[in-house]
Design a protein around this ligand. Structure first.
Ligand SMILES: C[S@@+](CC[C@H](N)C(=O)[O-])C[C@H]1O[C@@H](n2cnc3c(N)ncnc32)[C@H](O)[C@@H]1O
Length: 294
């Protein structure tokens, strides 16, 4: 994409050592990332930043960090290139049923109220914020679908998966994974919701894929996200990449997006010292969850 842009200089050749990034340059990159994504890049991660930015800028033909930064902040080509760079700088590691206790908490503590609302004809909505390649959103879908079937209900629920990374979202939309990931899914659910695809991959079945939609959204803008009245917002292993002030902004924003009685589920130990007058801590010490009060 950006490499085809004629405003880009000729592509670097060879495996030369990446150029040094001086203090001023490092600070400008840290500030750009902080301002645009809220991402926190401490000094200990400087070598990660230099390698990620350096390799990418070389791929698109730049040899100077300042010139590449200028390209990123000016014009349409820069916007496209920005999405690729952000993808390189963010951690996308994820798994199905990643935190079993939090999933159990959704099933045991949040689901009864959701089933009740579905019984009376209301739709319920869950949001996997920072969903990476979709495993978390499909985990929630498996739990919801399985419980609906178990209770003989046919109510409506929808799940939104959002992320800043277009590359991850493209994979999530496909719902295709390597067979290695099957072991992460409890056996009964695996058989019900995962269809073999060739010899080495599987696909999440249509019933679940119809319930889940994926959209790009910067979690920093959570307060203005077009997803409202959520029953559950599940946001794990995302906040760790933000500084304290941005975490507070995100958590307050996510709280705004819940319905009264809705629950925000974070990863255990991910946040310390946050409070919001509308939210009360729920669940035992093995989970980190907050319920919005009416
Ligand atoms: C480590 S993954 C966590 C995935 C999943 N929630 C889990 O726990 O397995 C972190 C995800 O947060 C996303 N992310 C980072 N900054 C973001 C932002 N500002 N807005 C939305 N998503 C962001 C990354 O792209 C990445 O996919």
């Amino acid at each position: 994409m950006a490499a085809a842009d004629e405003s880009l200089p000729a592509v670097w050749s060879g495996l030369d050592k990446l150029p040094e990034m001086d203090e001023g340059q490092f600070e400008r990159w840290v500030e750009l990332l902080r301002e645009r994504t809220g991402m926190c890049m401490p000094r200990e991660r400087k070598s990660f930043l230099v390698t990620s930015v350096g390799l990418r800028m070389r791929e698109v033909g730049y040899e100077d960090y300042d010139a590449y930064l200028q390209y990123l902040v000016s014009g349409r080509g820069g916007n496209l290139e920005w999405t690729t760079l952000v993808d390189r700088l963010t951690v996308h590691e994820t798994r199905f049923f990643r935190d079993a206790r939090s999933v159990d908490f959704v099933r045991e503590a949040c689901l009864p109220a959701m089933l009740e609302r579905m019984r009376s004809g209301e739709a319920v909505q869950l949001w996997s914020a920072g969903c990476s390649t979709g495993e978390e959103a499909f985990t929630l879908a498996m739990v919801m679908e399985n419980e609906l079937v178990r209770h003989g209900l046919s109510g409506y629920y929808g799940i939104i998966g959002s992320d800043i990374s277009l590359h991850s979202l493209a994979a999530a939309k496909q719902g295709i994974y390597h067979n290695r990931r099957l072991a992460q899914i409890p056996e009964g659910l695996r058989e019900r919701y995962c269809e073999p695809l060739g010899v080495s991959r599987f696909r999440i079945d249509d019933t679940l894929r119809r319930r889940v939609c994926f959209a790009q959204s910067n979690i920093l803008d959570a307060a203005r996200a077009p997803f409202a009245s959520m029953d559950v917002i599940y946001c794990q292993n995302v906040l760790i990449y933000f500084d304290r002030e941005h975490r507070r902004q995100i958590l307050d924003g996510l709280s705004e997006r819940l319905r009264d009685g809705g629950t925000l589920v974070l990863a255990p130990g991910e946040v310390i010292g946050w409070s919001n007058p509308r939210m009360r801590r729920v669940g035992d010490s093995g989970v980190l969850a907050f319920q919005r009060m009416g």
